[in-house]
Design a protein around this ligand. Structure first.
Ligand code: F6R
Length: 615
């Protein structure tokens, strides 16, 4: 077993209230954090000067069945879902972790780089460790400092100044049984406030059914929560931070399944509404982004995964409409590829639905350090990315719970489309009538996407039945549709585990066509735009090698439909730059139904977590 354990993509919840038992709330809050991905769970409460503890490896429902998570006493408690990254999931490694006397309980997300050194120091002083985690040094350090006479907050501050790495830490102790303390640097924590109750969590939905008033805790700050109030201080000098609470517009209902069997399906269906809400973004926010872009020397778009596909599509929108062609880079490779090309005169558009992706945040910080301006496009108010951005655009998808991104992709495209159109208006190279037509085209997308869902849901389900056991797929497109093809392939891989490659159709005959033989599925994205005729050429090449062609195609495009074995139909009248928005939807549905057909849970793909907070 490795000693290098790190708790990175986990869920944290803490609650302190005047009276009443908190255990049932902790249990339900942890259920709402399930989407982060996890393999073990734990809760601890304080009552009668004792810690009450339940923790175990496994899913929450299984653990609850075995241990009954609801029957711990006390009106203060913390809980955690752990997603193991380096070591095994086990009861002993699951959080909370404790000091030698079971008086101090700690949950933690992040990595403590110098934990080995700390652990051997503590062991030499007689502390006994029960797990292989880096986290366990924290309660033992707090124990040491409290034994020197410090209170919990002072001890936690000392710990934070001593540890190296990234963290969100939440802690409580029987020695101060009415208080939770928390500190963060590099991992998210938000505080929920309500009369007589305070919450702290890694994610807003955990406390959303109780309150939508929240107070941000920023990196380098330490908080102390009691039933009656919250105090925040700077770690560096202990100075008080006065911060108003803000209202999150998300509703608890939005974070529930609302009659759909899975969050992913619900979220696919919410896309028309998500676009509509994101089209209502404040005009001055879009204009400000446009001004930053226009005054930049070079413009970069950085992102990961689905967000990187939004960046690819956004690049086309900016180029075609706005006359600006950004350089798209994966955030993970940004520092390694940009060399001296990046300067303080440049601008970075960082696209990340969670606002917590470590690759994207690291690349952003690097760009900031060189003086570049940063525009963040994110779906989460107060997320880490917003702290290093010069300007933030908050997309309006509401909470996305399914691990596979669907509606957040859609709203990223909606936001980027608005920036592209504002660039077009401002640089005056494009005819005003054309810009107006494009704006109207964008405004029609909620209805179009809604029609796409109605028209293709059953058809996607049927196609899933035909193709679910094919081991490998090619998804092809040209121009802006390469982004659509990539996103379609990613969805299939991540939730249904069929191998799939998204590819430029132009590039396909330079290698991937070798894969094609009788019945090999090739999914072709063929909007009626400048790429259509060349896509027809690619379809013919693939057919000649026996491929089974599924085309995503405009409804009355008889020619492409006639060449295809199966079609997924999109209504006419989509502006070419925005075609990824409706054209990706049948591919999301297809992946969803393939996953179902194969018996997988589309909301919880294996090995994946909602926020990837590790490099
Ligand atoms: C795919 C998916 C991931 C994320 C990626 C970036 O469905 O969800 O590929 O897109 O991890 O996440 P964000 O956008 O939060 O930076």
């Amino acid at each position: 077993m490795s000693l290098i354990e790190a708790e990175i993509m986990c869920g944290i919840i803490g609650v302190v209230q005047e009276r009443g038992e908190v255990a049932p709330f902790l249990h339900q809050a942890l259920k709402r954090l399930e989407y982060r991905g996890y393999d073990s769970v734990g809760v601890t409460t304080i009552a009668n000067e004792h810690l009450y503890i339940k923790k175990e490896k496994g899913k929450i429902d299984e653990v609850h069945k075995k241990l009954n998570l609801d029957d711990l006493p006390g009106s203060i408690g913390i809980g955690h879902t752990r997603w193991a990254t380096h070591g095994i999931p086990s009861m002993l490694n699951s959080h909370p972790h404790f000091d030698c006397n079971d008086e101090i309980a700690v949950v933690h997300n992040g990595v403590i780089d110098n934990f080995l050194e700390l652990r051997s120091e503590l062991s030499a002083r007689g502390h006994v460790f029960n797990s292989d985690t880096d986290t366990e040094v924290i309660p033992h350090m707090i124990e040491e400092y409290m034994n020197e006479g410090m209170d919990l907050k002072a001890a936690l501050r000392r710990v934070a100044l001593r540890i190296e790495g990234t963290y969100a830490i939440v802690v409580m102790t029987t020695r101060e049984p009415d208080k939770i303390c928390a500190v963060r640097d590099g991992n998210p924590l938000v505080i929920g406030t309500q009369e007589g109750v305070h919450y702290i969590s890694s994610d807003i939905p955990a406390f959303l059914p109780m309150t939508n008033n929240m107070v941000l805790l920023l990196d380098g700050e330490i908080a102390s929560l009691s039933a009656s109030g919250v105090q925040i201080e700077k770690l560096s000098d202990g100075s008080r931070v006065q911060r108003e609470s803000i209202k999150v517009s998300w509703t608890a209902d939005q974070a529930q399944k609302g009659g759909f069997p899975h969050f992913m399906l619900k979220e696919i269906h919410e896309q028309p509404e998500a676009i509509r809400n994101t089209l209502r973004l404040r005009r001055d926010s879009i204009v400000k982004a446009t001004e930053i872009i226009q005054s930049a020397d070079k413009v970069y778009m950085i992102a990961m995964g689905t967000s990187s596909h939004a960046a690819m599509a956004g690049r086309h929108m900016f180029g075609s409409l706005g006359g600006v062609l950004p350089i798209c880079e994966l955030a993970s490779d940004f520092q390694d590829s940009v060399y001296d090309a990046l300067s303080g005169d440049d601008c970075i558009l960082a696209i990340t639905q969670s606002g917590e992706t470590t690759d994207t945040i690291a690349a952003t910080k690097y760009a900031k350090h060189l003086g570049a301006k940063v525009i963040a496009v994110t779906n989460v108010v107060g997320s880490s990315i917003t702290q290093s951005a010069d300007h933030t655009i908050i997309t309006q998808a509401g909470p996305e719970i399914g691990v596979a991104a669907t509606k957040t992709f859609m709203v990223q495209l909606t936001a980027l489309a608005q920036i592209a159109l504002t660039l077009a208006e401002s640089n005056r190279k494009m005819d005003r009538d054309i810009i107006l037509r494009k704006r109207e085209g964008l405004a029609r997308l909620p209805e179009i996407v809604s029609e796409v869902i109605t028209r293709n849901e059953e058809r996607s389900r049927m196609l899933a039945g035909v193709f679910y056991d094919k081991p490998s797929f090619l998804f092809l497109g040209r121009g802006v549709s390469v982004a659509t093809a990539n996103e379609g392939a990613l969805k299939l891989k991540e939730i249904a585990y069929n191998h799939a490659e998204g590819y430029s159709a132009g590039q396909s005959k330079h290698g991937p066509i070798a894969l094609v033989q009788d019945g090999y599925p090739v999914v072709c994205v063929v909007p009626r735009d400048v790429t259509r005729n060349r896509m027809i050429g690619n379809i013919m090449e693939m057919k000649a090698r026996g491929a089974s062609i599924v085309s995503v195609v405009e409804k009355d495009d008889q020619e492409v439909s006639g060449l295809s074995d199966h079609v997924l139909e999109i209504p006419a009248g989509v502006e070419s730059e925005f075609s990824p928005m409706p054209y990706v939807v049948p591919l999301q549905l297809f992946s969803y139904y393939v996953a179902l057909r194969k018996g997988y849970d589309p909301d919880k793909p294996r090995n994946l977590a909602k926020s990837v907070t590790v490099l």
